[in-house]
Design a protein around this ligand. Structure first.
Ligand SMILES: Cc1cc2nc3c(=O)[nH]c(=O)nc-3n(C[C@H](O)[C@H](O)[C@H](O)COP(=O)(O)OP(=O)(O)OC[C@H]3O[C@@H](n4cnc5c(N)ncnc54)[C@H](O)[C@@H]3O)c2cc1C
Length: 522
C-alpha cells in the first residue's frame, strides 16, 4: 500500500452514526469555511477527487500538479485527524463521473460554489439532477452586491476597492480612509538595488506523502513542462501557516515601496508568494487580511497589500463571474482580441527557446523553474512583450494558465485577457499596460546582461512605437494614452519606417523560433 493510502486507512475515524457528506473541490482545502467550519467534524464526511483528466487537460507545470495533489492528500489526513471521514477517489476520468455514483451511495453532496467556471460547467448536470447541492463559498471577502454597487461595465478596480473599504470599514476612520487617501500606489514605485536584502525563499522538508506525489507526477505527467522542486512545495496546513508568517515578517514591511521593482537576483523580492496557497484556500484571505491589519507596518505597505487581497483578487473574480468568464455580459458578447493581435505564441515562451531579449528569457526561465514570478514581471515583461508583439490574447492566457502554479480560470483570464493584453478593451482597465526599454531598465536589472543596449539597440522601444502606430485608430479617444499616441504620431517618417521594420523583424524571428541578434536588426 502507498504511504498515503496507509496513512488514510490508519487515521480513519470510527463511524457510529451516518454522516452528512460534502464534496470538497481541489481549491477549497480549509476547514475554516463552509460546513467544515460550522458543523461537528464527527457528523461530516468529505469526498476528495483526484482527476487525471483534469490534470492532463493542459500541459500544467509539474510543480502545480504536485502542489495541488500534495495539498489535497495532506488535507485529507488533516481532516481525518479532526474526526471527519474522508472518501478519497483517484480517477482517470473527470469529477462528474467520479461523483455521480458517490452521490447515489452517500446521498446528495453539498459543495461550496466552485471558484472555477470550468468546474462549475462540468458539474452542472449533477447540480441539475440534485446529486450536488450548492452552498455559498465562504472563502471570499466580498459579495456580488459589492460588485453590483459600482458602475459598469466598464468596471474599475478603484471604485470597487473604495466601495469595499467603506462597506467593511477596513483601513477607515470616521468614514475617511486612514492616511487621507485610499491608495498609496504613487509612492510605491522604487527600483531595488539590493538594499534592503530580499527575503530568502522558504524551503520545506518533503514527507513520505509529498515524495509519493512527486513520484506520481514524474511517472504519470513526465511530459509536462517545468521543474519539480519538492523542497519548495508547501504541502501541509503547517507549511501554509509558516509561509504566511514568513511573508508577514519578511516581505510585508517592504511590500509597498518595491512593489513594482524587478530583479534577476530575486524572483519575488518583497512579494509574498502566497497566491498558490490562497487560491487553494490553504491560507484563508480573511486570516491574511486580519493579520496584516493587526500588524504594525508602514501604511504604504499595509494599504498596498490590502488592495491586492481585498481589491484586485476579489475584483477579478467578480469580473470573471459577471461575464461568464469574459465571454458575455447581459447577453452581449465580449470582445477578447480588441487590438486585433494575430501572432501565435512564440516558442520563446517555452523552456530552452531563448528570444535573445534577456528580460523575456530570464522571466520565462524563472517561470518554468518555479511556476511563479511576481506581478510586475507577469505584467510588464511577459504581458507587455506579448502585447507589443501582437500575441493572440487567448493563447497567452492558456500559457499563463498552465505555466503558473497559482493559475485558475477565474484569476488568470481577467489578468491576461483584460489587464495584461487589453484583449477585452477597456472592460477592466483604462489603457494597455505597455512600455519600452526605458521602463524595463529603470525598474529592473535585466538589461545589464542583455546583448541589446536599452538606450540604443533594444528593439522593445521600437516595438512600443510600432504598437502605438498600429493601434492609433483603435485607441483614439482614450485620454489615458493620448500623450504617447501624440508622441508616436510626431516621430519622423524615417523613424516610423524603422519602427515598423524592427517590429516585423522581431515578430518574424520569434515566430520562427529563432533568436534575436543585434547584428541582424534592420
Ligand atoms: C498576466 C498576469 C497573469 C496573472 N495570473 C495570475 C494567476 O494565474 N493567479 C493569480 O493568483 N494571480 C495572477 N496574477 C495576479 C498577480 O500577478 C499574482 O496574484 C501575484 O503575482 C502572485 O504573487 P504573490 O503571491 O507574491 O503576490 P503579492 O504581490 O504578494 O500579492 C498578494 C496577493 O494579492 C493577490 N493579488 C495581487 N494582484 C492580483 C491580481 N491582479 N489578481 C488577483 N489576485 C491578485 C494574490 O492573491 C497575491 O497572492 C496575474 C497577473 C498578471 C499581470
Amino acid at each position: 500500500m502507498s504511504p498515503f493510502a496507509q496513512a488514510l486507512a490508519r487515521s480513519r475515524p470510527q463511524t457510529r452514526s451516518s454522516r452528512r457528506w460534502l464534496f470538497v473541490p481541489y481549491d477549497q482545502l480549509h476547514d475554516g469555511i463552509g460546513p467544515l467550519a460550522n458543523e461537528p467534524p464527527h457528523e461530516l464526511g468529505i469526498v476528495l477527487v483526484e482527476s487525471r483528466a483534469k490534470a492532463g487537460r493542459r500541459p500544467y507545470h509539474v510543480q502545480k500538479l504536485a502542489l495541488v495533489l500534495a495539498n489535497m492528500r495532506h488535507f485529507a489526513l488533516e481532516q481525518q485527524a479532526r474526526g471527519v471521514l474522508v472518501r478519497h477517489v483517484a480517477t482517470k476520468g473527470d469529477y462528474a463521473s467520479a461523483l455521480a455514483p458517490l452521490a447515489r451511495e452517500l446521498g446528495p453532496l453539498r459543495v461550496q460554489r466552485p471558484a472555477e467556471r470550468e468546474l462549475r460547467i462540468e458539474l452542472q448536470p449533477l447540480f441539475a439532477n440534485g446529486s450536488l447541492v450548492e452552498v455559498p463559498h465562504e472563502g471570499w471577502l466580498t459579495t456580488a452586491d459589492d460588485f453590483a454597487a459600482i458602475p459598469g461595465p466598464p468596471w474599475r478596480m478603484d471604485a470597487f476597492y473604495r466601495q469595499v473599504r467603506r462597506r467593511t470599514g477596513v483601513l477607515m476612520q470616521r468614514g475617511k480612509p486612514v492616511g487621507g487617501k485610499f491608495s498609496f500606489d504613487a509612492e510605491n514605485r522604487r527600483a531595488w538595488d539590493g538594499d534592503p536584502p530580499a527575503p530568502t525563499e522558504l524551503t520545506y522538508e518533503p514527507d513520505a506523502i509529498t515524495r509519493e506525489v512527486c513520484e506520481l507526477v514524474r511517472r504519470d505527467f513526465g511530459k509536462h513542462p517545468g521543474t519539480l522542486r519538492p523542497e519548495h512545495l508547501p504541502a501541509t496546513r503547517a507549511d501554509a501557516e509558516r509561509t504566511w508568517q514568513w511573508a508577514l515578517r519578511e516581505c510585508l514591511p517592504w511590500f509597498g515601496p518595491f512593489e513594482d521593482a524587478m530583479s534577476t537576483r530575486s524572483t519575488s523580492l518583497f512579494h509574498t508568494r502566497l497566491s498558490p496557497l490562497l487560491n487553494l484556500q490553504r491560507v484563508l484571505p480573511k486570516q491574511v487580511l486580519a493579520d496584516a491589519l493587526a500588524t504594525e507596518l508602514p501604511l504604504a505597505s499595509k494599504e498596498g497589500f490590502v488592495r491586492q487581497i481585498l481589491g484586485w483578487r476579489e475584483f477579478v473574480r467578480h469580473v470573471h463571474e459577471a461575464t461568464d468568464g469574459l465571454r458575455s455580459h447581459a447577453g452581449v458578447p465580449i470582445e477578447r482580441n480588441a487590438l486585433a493581435a494575430d501572432l501565435h505564441l512564440p516558442a520563446a515562451f517555452w523552456p530552452s527557446k531563448p528570444s535573445g531579449l534577456h528580460c523575456l528569457d530570464r522571466v520565462v526561465h524563472d517561470v518554468w523553474h518555479e511556476g511563479y514570478s511576481h506581478h510586475i514581471t507577469r505584467l510588464m515583461v511577459l504581458g507587455n512583450l506579448a502585447t507589443l508583439l501582437g500575441v493572440l490574447p487567448d493563447e497567452l492566457s492558456q500559457w499563463f494558465w498552465f505555466a503558473y502554479a497559482d493559475a485558475y480560470d477565474w484569476v488568470v483570464e481577467p489578468n491576461v485577457l483584460a489587464m495584461a493584453t487589453y484583449g477585452t478593451g477597456d472592460l477592466m482597465t483604462t489603457k494597455p499596460y505597455v512600455a519600452g526599454s526605458a521602463y524595463l531598465d529603470r525598474m529592473g536589472d535585466y538589461c545589464a546582461d542583455c546583448a541589446f543596449d536599452p538606450k540604443t539597440t533594444c528593439p522593445i522601444t521600437r516595438l512600443y512605437w510600432a504598437f502605438l502606430a498600429r493601434n492609433a485608430e483603435r485607441l483614439a479617444g482614450n485620454q489615458r494614452i493620448a500623450m504617447p499616441l501624440r508622441s508616436a504620431q510626431k516621430r519622423s517618417p524615417a523613424d516610423k519606417e524603422r519602427d515598423a521594420a524592427v517590429a516585423a523583424w522581431v515578430r518574424g524571428t520569434l515566430a520562427h523560433g529563432r533568436r534575436l541578434d543585434p547584428a541582424d536588426a534592420p
